[in-house]
Design a protein around this ligand. Structure first.
Ligand SMILES: [Fe+2]
Length: 260
């Protein structure tokens, strides 16, 4: 079976290219399930009810999150109410929402989707993503073989380490957050597909999605600025993972880049 992971959908330009391109990509790759990171989908920071509806309507089955998940006013209620929306599982107990879910792929296979956040160079002091993910994977593996993990993290080393830690236990470990696709996709020896960062689905003419003038002002003046998504063309980045549905082993991972 084929799973499509779409990298961080950034603002309206990201949502537009997702809507325009996803249906064809889905059929071209025979994707039975689509996961997209949506933590920057609403105006470049967070997610809200209208935006998640739009992303799901575009053909996404599960939406993952990250450090910006909380930033829109209705996010807390939404996280509790919408089972197809995840936030990182390693936030402290009592945090709204959930960090793992199961979804049924179009071929009937049940797929576990997990979302975790890294701790290196990240703003929130979240709990251990390694042990947190592992505990959830062990619980899911009693019933499910095909499991995909979105590790939302800054540091390459932390993501690579998590890939090795989960090799053979999950079908794919997909990195998000840095918005620049890395060229290190591979299937690890025990059958886990891995990529350090899958890249962004959003505007190409800014600084990792944000208006470049705003970011330059921030670097030059060192004063707080209000982030806005960049204008202009957008690209879609992602990865297609082929998995044996019975064992959950990944057979292949391919990077995807769809320019504007
Ligand atoms: Fe992020």
């Amino acid at each position: 079976m084929h799973l499509l992971f779409v990298g961080d959908v950034h603002g309206k330009p990201g949502r537009r290219i997702l809507r325009e391109r996803l249906p064809r990509l889905r059929s071209r790759f025979g994707a039975q399930l689509v996961v997209a990171n949506g933590e920057n989908a609403a105006g470049g920071a967070g997610i809200n009810a209208g935006v998640i509806e739009e992303i799901l309507a575009a053909g996404v089955d599960v939406v993952t999150g990250g450090n910006h998940t909380w930033q829109q006013r209705d996010a807390y209620e939404l996280l509790d109410a919408e089972p197809r929306l995840l936030r990182p599982l390693n936030f402290p107990p009592g945090t709204p929402g959930r960090g793992a879910t199961t979804a049924t792929a179009r071929d009937g296979t049940r797929v576990g989707v997990l979302n975790a956040q890294g701790r290196v160079f990240m703003p929130a002091a979240v709990e251990d993503p390694f042990r947190g993910v592992r505990a959830e994977v062990e619980r899911l593996r009693e019933e499910i073989r095909v499991i995909i993990v979105d590790i939302h993290a800054e540091a390459t080393s932390e993501k690579v380490a998590l890939g090795w830690y989960l090799d053979g236990l999950v079908s794919a470990v997909i990195g998000t957050h840095t918005h620049v696709q890395t060229a290190d996709e591979r299937v690890l020896p025990k059958g886990t597909a891995y990529i350090t960062d899958v890249g962004m689905t959003g505007p190409t003419e800014g600084v990792i999605g944000v208006d470049r003038d705003v970011i330059l002002q921030r670097f030059l003046q060192q004063m707080p600025v209000r982030f806005e998504p960049a204008k202009g063309p957008a690209a879609l980045h992602g990865a297609v993972v082929s998995v044996d549905p019975d064992s959950g082993r990944a057979l292949d991972i391919r990077r995807l880049r769809v320019p504007a």
